[in-house]
Design a binder for this molecule. Structure first.
Ligand code: PMP
Length: 427
């Protein structure tokens, strides 16, 4: 069955649509944090569709809210009429954002959200020059490929956006790896000033950054990095965009938004993924004067559609009602300390915050990326009933991003599998 579907997939879909696993799986059912494939095998899910199914699967409250909306018969919307749930969700996100006089615009995805932020910043500042972080991932629309600082993910170099990259994202394999946090921040700030002064033609529109790089391997900058960078940006009049597509909604445990750890208020934040728990929703929350700067009429046929709005509202309620930010902090510490205790010779670094955890795999006794070990870890965990992800420039970083509803028992179950798989991979 799966073989036949895989052959059909390969025949009709693009070759670059990569699938995980030597034998890709087809999920046919999911409940809570478990998924069942077409062969009847059940897995504990530690990747949540790349941090998208943030609440897990088949959550009654969210399903009911979406069904209620479907029952009204309003399946499609446009930019023509008032939508109460859209206004209410925008009010809520604006308030959660701490951005003064914030306004919100909804899109369908993270790429569209970042594209919108780029259009706004370049329009507002009348400049098509932007800054991004090395090793970043912001999407694969025609605008966002240009600000994705990784040769493997940047599908096209022909985008009209003019970009320069600065240090401050991925640290383990950077020239600044062994610096103290304070010196690392100084080095990144010096790099930012250098790029602004010597690599741009002045009048840069914005810097866009992920508070924790997601696809790049859950790379964690020291708290305070972005505050130091923002001071420089302010002095040059450059806007700061925090890409919260992976780090938003309390997943990092400590804060509601990833950028809050750095004590700065961004000019814009972009979001998507976890807000919809699988439904297509994204958006930009920004300073009102920035979001109002377009001289055009509205756009996006499906952005902010009532079905996604109903699901997203139910997700925000669920996060609040079940104190999931605190759960992410507790489950994150449980997993991080358990993984660190393993002291495997192929693990260079276990890093992360809350339920965004990266495990950097190296060849024992070196700092070389261990790409085969990461591939093997995926197979070994799958064999034992656990789904995880991987990322990083070389694909040597294991990525753990379970639903935010993960229980202590499930965390332990996943941890046991990971430790067992690490032993089997190193053997
Ligand atoms: N920004 C970040 C930080 C992401 O991780 C992603 C997706 N992995 C995107 C933007 C793009 O989102 P989408 O795939 O919904 O377009």
């Amino acid at each position: 069955m799966t073989d036949e579907l895989l052959a059909r997939h390969r025949a009709v879909m693009p070759s670059w649509m990569s699938l995980l696993y030597e034998e890709p799986i087809e999920i046919v059912h999911a409940h809570d944090r478990r998924m069942t494939d077409s062969q009847g095998r059940t897995y504990l899910d530690f990747f949540a569709g790349v941090l998208t199914n943030s609440m897990g699967y088949d959550v009654a409250e969210i399903g009911d809210a979406v069904r209620k909306q479907l029952d009204t018969g309003i399946l499609h919307t446009s930019t023509l009429y008032l939508i109460r749930s859209q206004v209410e969700l925008a009010e809520r996100i604006a308030k959660l954002s701490n951005i003064p006089d914030a306004k919100v615009f909804f899109t369908n995805s993270g790429s569209e959200a970042n594209d919108t932020a780029l259009m706004l910043a370049t329009q507002f500042r009348r400049s098509n020059q932007v800054l991004a972080m090395r090793n970043s991932y912001h999407g694969r629309s025609f605008g966002t490929v240009a600000i994705t600082g990784n040769r493997g993910w940047s599908a096209s170099a022909l985008s009209p956006v003019k970009v320069n990259y600065v240090h401050g994202g991925y640290r383990y394999r950077s020239p600044f790896r062994d610096l103290s946090d304070a010196d690392y921040i100084k080095a990144c700030v010096a790099d930012l000033v250098d790029v602004l002064d010597t690599a741009t033609a002045g009048d840069v529109a914005c810097l866009i950054a992920e508070p924790i790089q997601g696809v790049g391997g859950f790379s964690l900058p020291p708290d305070g990095l972005f505050r130091a960078m923002k001071e420089v940006l302010d002095s040059y009049g450059v806007l700061f965009v925090s890409d919260e597509v992976q780090t938003g909604w309390g997943r990092t445990g400590e804060h509601f938004w990833g950028i809050d750890a750095h004590g700065v208020t961004p000019d814009m934040m972009t979001f998507a993924k976890g807000l919809g728990n699988g439904l297509a929703v994204g958006g930009v929350v920004a300073r009102g004067d920035v979001l109002d700067c377009f001289q055009a009429q509205s756009f996006s046929t499906f952005g902010g559609n009532p079905v996604s709005m109903a699901g997203a509202t139910a997700v925000l309620d669920y996060i609040k009602d079940h104190d999931l930010q605190a759960n992410c902090a507790a489950r994150g510490s449980q997993l991080i300390s358990g993984l660190r205790a393993a002291e495997s010779p192929i693990v260079a670094e276990v890093r992360g915050k809350g339920l965004m955890i990266g495990v950097e795999l190296i060849k024992p006794g070196t700092t070389e990326p261990n790409v085969p070990a990461a591939a093997r870890m995926l197979e070994e965990t799958k064999k034992r009933g656990l789904l995880i992800g991987k990322g990083g420039l070389h694909g040597n970083v294991l990525r753990l991003g379970p639903p935010m509803t993960l229980t202590a028992e499930e965390a332990q179950e996943g941890l046991d599998i990971l430790l067992d798989a690490l032993k089997a991979t190193h053997a």
